[in-house]
Design a protein around this ligand. Structure first.
Ligand SMILES: Nc1ncnc2c1ncn2[C@@H]1O[C@H](COP(=O)(O)OP(=O)(O)O)[C@@H](O)[C@H]1O
Ligand SMILES: [Mg+2]
Length: 351
């Protein structure tokens, strides 16, 4: 029985208001009706009504699924990938890098039509890849020291060694275990920073207090390389999570020391810039190539893996710094010149 006109308009309004794309698809693979979300999701400015499916999506998968729906008269849910570039002025943009992922649910209506509801899951798919990469990175990072621990422990248990050799092996085991502890501590910190709903406790402190703490924590490392680290503060007040800011600066100072030759110098300064307080860590070390600079803040990214590991680095330090900057609505910036040195600027709002 035909619906009353008002009621039908209401249904159309509801379909139009949906966040998912809705397509009425004919058995001849044409779009008989589409809501605005469908058009937006496909990145088209012109109406898609009347278009053929093959003009909208690359690959034959969607047509194949539609055929199955009509044949089996049964609902189908599936994911497809791809973007066709045959029509629309956005065609040039739809290169490989703009590949999209969609989740479709198609339900048969009658002999001639079926209705497809779809959403853009590109972001989800990307997150999934990031997650998989992360798990694989973590496993790899833990595997290396663990293999060393197992190997040396086995030799200790089975071979007859001199006391000197035993001590040497035990030290290697300890070094690798400490490295694993560091990785795990950094991972736990990153995870807690990731849960942005847990806002850090902000407290009133001064840059002088922060730099004093940073100095205390890094002095031993600096002395072991005979690197002189100078600290200059303004005694400015700042509202921040003191422990996190100290942690971020320790990471920057430890890097400055690690990636500099012995007996060079490092300076740590603060500078007021409008409503921001800048913490500037400068070294005269090895420097970072221009193409590596955007990548050093990624988890586990290291320019020189061997050197970083040798120094006990986890590859997570700068990623932690970036998170701490973000939590404070601040920024972190790196400038560097190969062979000359680097300057890291952590900029945080004072209140
Ligand atoms: N001050 C610096 N000078 C030169 N290279 C640096 C400096 N700070 C960081 N890097 C580079 O960035 C990489 C990532 O740093 P980080 O996240 O702290 O990890 P880690 O120090 O544990 O390797 C380092 O491995 C190093 O290659
Ligand atoms: Mg580091």
């Amino acid at each position: 029985m035909p619906k009353k006109r008002g009621e039908k308009d209401r249904y159309l309004q509801i379909i139009e208001a949906m966040g998912e794309g809705v397509l009425l698809i004919s058995h001849k693979h044409r779009v008989a009706l589409a809501n605005s979300s469908a058009q937006v999701m496909l990145g088209l400015s012109e109406s898609i009504k009347g278009k053929r499916l093959e003009d909208l999506f690359s690959g034959p998968e969607l047509e194949e699924h539609v055929d199955i729906v009509f044949k089996e008269k049964k609902k189908q849910t599936f994911r497809i990938q791809g973007y066709h570039n045959a029509i629309g002025e956005n065609a040039i943009l739809r290169g490989k890098g703009r590949e999209k992922h969609y989740e479709f649910c198609i339900t048969p209506l009658d002999e001639k039509y079926s209705v497809a509801i779809f959403s853009d899951i590109t972001m989800l798919e990307r997150l999934e890849i990031v997650r998989q990469d992360f798990v694989s990175n973590v496993s790899h990072e833990l595997k290396t020291p663990l293999t060393a621990i197992a190997g040396f422990a086995e030799t200790l248990a089975e071979e007859s060694l001199t006391e000197e050799e035993e001590k040497g092996f035990a030290r290697i085991i300890l070094k690798n275990a400490t490295h694993m502890q560091r990785i795990i501590a950094d991972l736990l910190l990153l995870t807690s920073l990731d849960r942005s709903e847990i806002a850090p406790t902000m407290e009133q402190t001064t840059d002088r207090k922060i730099l004093q703490d940073v100095k205390a924590y890094t002095q031993f490392k600096a002395e072991s390389k005979e690197i002189e680290v100078t600290y200059e503060s303004l005694d400015a007040t700042i509202l921040c999570s003191e422990s996190l800011v100290v942690q971020a600066l320790i990471n920057l100072v430890v890097n400055a020391i690690s990636y500099s030759p012995a007996r060079s110098s490092v300076s740590v300064k603060t500078r007021r810039k409008g409503e921001m307080l800048e913490f500037i860590v400068q070294d005269h070390g090895f420097g970072i190539a221009e193409e590596d600079i955007p990548r050093i803040f990624e988890r586990f990214y290291r320019v020189d893996k061997a050197r970083s590991r040798e120094d006990g680095g986890t590859g997570l330090g700068l990623s932690i710094v970036r998170h701490i900057a973000i939590i404070h609505k601040g920024t972190i910036k790196a400038e560097s010149q190969l062979g000359e040195g680097s300057v890291f600027t952590l900029s945080l709002p004072v209140s």
